[in-house]
Ligand binder design. Sequence first.
Ligand code: EPZ
Length: 420
Amino acid sequence: MDYLRIQGPTKLSGTVTISGAKNAALPLITLTLLAHNKVTLTNTPEVADIKTLLKLLENLGATSTLNNHVLELDTSTVNHTMANYDIVKTMRASILVLGPLLARFGHCEVSLPGGCAIGQRPIDLHLKALEQMGAEITIHAGYVNAVAPKGLQGAHIIFDKITVTGTANIVMAAALAHGKTVLVNCAKEPEVVQLCEILRDSGVDITGIGSSELTIIGTGGKTLEMVDFEIIPDRIEAGTYLCAGAITNSTITLEKVRPDHLDAVTAKLEQMGCTIDIDGTNMTIHPAAELKHVELITQEYPAFPTDMQAQFLALATLAKGTSIIEERLFENRFMHVSELQRLGADIRLNGHTATVIGESPLFGADVMATDLRASSALVLAAMAAEGTTNVHRIYHLDRGYENLEQKLRALGAKIERLSE
Ligand code: EPZ
């Protein structure tokens, strides 16, 4: 197993190119299940989760090539409808095949994804919405068996909770359903917006894009002639590099970013005393003269993202004063706290709230990555800590950060990948 060895404290400088968004690419790849043509996706991030999903699609009968961030995908040959446990258990986002497979074939069997390190993560809202669209769903032997013998029917669906992959799944199902679907209380994340835009550009009548209410007129089972497109930049990768500048007290520039997708993150960095310059698709962070404490609550977009909570927690350990960080989306997304404590951080956890006593001197240690974003927080803290930190179990990082150590090394970090 690989691990990262990081020597701190470190100073960074230069420019880093941000990759395409993993969480946009995942639903967009499953979206091609609705197409009858070959589709080309550019700016595809070459990370483990994308490769896992492509393997799943290949098991279903699709063909794909991914070279130099250009993904060519042909799902016209798909002739299986079972997404099996072996792949789904390694990546929850595999559930994104449920809506498209059911819409296209009228039946499918998808393994239940199960829980994960950050919480329970049920899919009840996906299933309830599909049932409202006429699907008959049974759970047997760990699989969701879904059938819609007469095809899916348009429906008026109110999500009890805002769900990102739930919205994506049902939007895709509605695109091929019979009649009109109205979805209320939808996720408004940029990744969901891009999915809707590609559907619109591919001829689906969809309105309300970017709002919490979407109206979709389905094609009645007809597959789509899908357009080629470029995947949006990864706002969470970008936010993580902004934190890298802030935590190492360095000025760095990010290129190929959508600054408007990062408003909530930028606002918090500015409250902490950093300065951020925006020039088109470039963002430059200048460090704070003195890093100030912060109060933040994770919520759905456009509010502060849960996927940036761990990185800000790492940053808050160095700030002057006491920071309060509340996690509202996932019940168990504080696994990084005990690892940051191993580096010397002073953090008190009370339910969903972490109180971070700032200005803790951090010292290198062996730490263990527990999930994707927690891992990046450990890397950030390690770059600020005195001495050597070994971050173990970095397969989590490989799932979602493209070439992390190469990008950080090019900025001047002392970071190397080693084998246990
Ligand atoms: C997406 O997960 C992202 N994953 C996550 O990114 C991200 O943390 C999350 O949205 C929140 O922004 C992808 O896009 C692939 P949800 P998702 O459904 O869609 C509850 C990362 O690090 N809920 O919006 O699975 C759920 O338990 C990851 O890249 C139900 O109760 O999240 C949670 O409390 C990790 N029932 C809340 O809703 C359901 O049926 C939001 O979850 C569905 C969700």
